[in-house]
Design a protein around this ligand. Structure first.
Ligand SMILES: [Zn+2]
Length: 439
């Protein structure tokens, strides 16, 4: 017993998190100035309401033409991506309207994982006070030119990279009309047989001062669902048996984004929010969650509600409107670097372990076993552990290329576990919790 303990701690001591120079290089390419330029350009179209005009210099048509040009000129390994469709009449769509989601795909290089992808979206449509008003100014600087500017910058930053899995950076429309653009995008990617490992909607991510007057440009929030919107009967049974409400695929991606994001984005703290979105509100990640994909929302820490969904005006001496003047590009860049780092690290990482079995219930020891992926990048397996009352992982143990471990004197009831793989540069797969209980 004593020997096993020593071995366990020796591995534990080697478990330093590392920074990959390739990921650092991508992060360094994200600068405030181009984010600022994109937001300014998008604001200049007056309104980007989904039902606004599509022929003149004003309206969503001009905005999407400009975005198509910008995404189209990136080149290198990137390929322009377009998802164009006619949205039928709905609660916020009085007559069928053409919606265009557009961005780039950076194709994955691992032939064995050619159907896997990581998706990021921002929405380029905007609304004034009345959601059906397609004529009034709706600058939408923070909501959500901020997210679109990040999609464009990340498309540029990753354009020459060789990720193992494909990356989608997409500006969607129709968000304010009921998530109709992202719903179509998610359904299309699903119908194409894509397995989305992680999806992030960046929405309202550049305002550094809350309505309460408190400034915060050094933290962000990640919203994720606990109980998955989609789960099989077997998954539900397992979740109930182990108490897996805080270990949904979305929550694992949220924790991953928090941890890798903080590692690479200097001076940024990311807060895990244990709910799908702010209370009774939503964004495009929900379209992906509804199809069973791990999807989260990344956004600013402190919102100013007088600058969201408001026709620009001054009322009783108070300023309303989502204007360019309150977009904080250095803050947005910090959030964008965190997301770029997490996407890069996951995209370079080996395939995750498969068929993870947790055993040892009704015993003083925890036993875990899994199947190793046949991935040449695999350098080691990592076992994550946290106390059963904790939110963040607390222990991270590198085990080498093994397919099982016994953790003596760790009663499984008192901990949560997950298993990940890591490459030689420190890029980790998502941690996967046990998918099965065994003996
Ligand atoms: Zn929004």
């Amino acid at each position: 017993m004593k020997k096993i303990w020593i071995l366990f701690f020796a591995f534990g001591a080697a478990a330093q998190e590392r920074r990959d120079p390739r990921v650092e290089a991508i992060v360094q390419r994200i600068e405030p100035a181009p984010l600022q330029a994109t937001v300014a350009k998008l604001v200049s179209f007056g309104t980007r309401h989904t039902l606004s005009e599509t022929s003149g210099p004003r309206g969503i048509g001009a905005a999407r033409k400009w975005l198509a040009t910008e995404f189209g000129r990136i080149g290198q390994r990137s390929r322009p991506f377009e998802d164009r469709f006619l949205a039928p009449t709905g609660p916020r769509i009085p007559a069928p309207v053409e919606i265009v989601n557009l961005g780039v795909v950076i194709p994955g290089t691992d032939a064995a994982r050619s159907r896997q992808a990581i998706v990021m979206t921002g929405h380029y449509d905007s609304i004034p006070t009345d959601p059906m008003d397609a004529k009034s100014d709706a600058p939408g600087a923070d909501d959500d030119a901020s997210g679109v500017s990040m999609a464009l910058e990340m498309a540029r930053a990753f354009a020459a990279e060789q990720p193992a899995v494909s990356l989608y950076f997409v500006a969607v429309a129709g968000e304010e009309q009921g998530l109709v653009g992202s719903q179509h995008l998610a359904e299309r990617l699903k119908s194409e047989g894509l397995e989305i490992l992680a999806m992030t909607s960046v929405d309202i991510a550049g305002n550094g001062e809350g309505q309460d007057g408190i400034r915060d440009t050094s933290s962000g929030r990640i919203f994720s669902e606990g109980v998955p919107a989609v789960e099989s009967e077997a998954q539900k049974k397992l979740r109930e048996a182990v108490g897996g409400e805080n270990d949904s695929p979305a929550r694992e991606w949220a924790r991953y984004l928090q941890s890798v994001g903080e590692r690479y984005s200097e001076g940024l703290t990311l807060r895990l929010m244990l709910r799908r979105d702010r209370i009774a509100r939503g964004s495009d990640h929900i379209s992906f969650a509804r199809l069973g994909y791990p999807a989260v929302r990344l956004m600013e820490s402190r919102e100013n509600y007088r600058r969201q969904h408001q026709t620009p005006r001054i009322e009783n001496g108070l300023e309303y409107g989502d204007d360019l003047a309150h977009f904080d590009a250095p803050y947005a860049a910090r959030l964008c670097r965190a997301l770029a780092a997490a996407i890069a690290s996951l995209a370079f990482a080996p395939a995750p372990p498969q068929k993870i079995v947790l055993a040892g219930a009704v015993s003083p020891d925890t036993k875990l076993r899994w199947t190793l992926p046949a991935d040449p990048r695999l350098a080691s397996v990592i076992v994550y552990r946290r106390g059963a009352g904790e939110v963040r992982w607390q222990e991270r143990t590198l085990l080498g290329k093994v397919d099982h471990v016994v953790l003596p004197s760790l009663v499984p009831d008192n901990f949560f576990f997950a298993v990940a793989t890591v490459d030689a540069a420190g890029n980790e797969s998502l941690p996967h919790p046990p998918a099965e209980l065994g003996r």
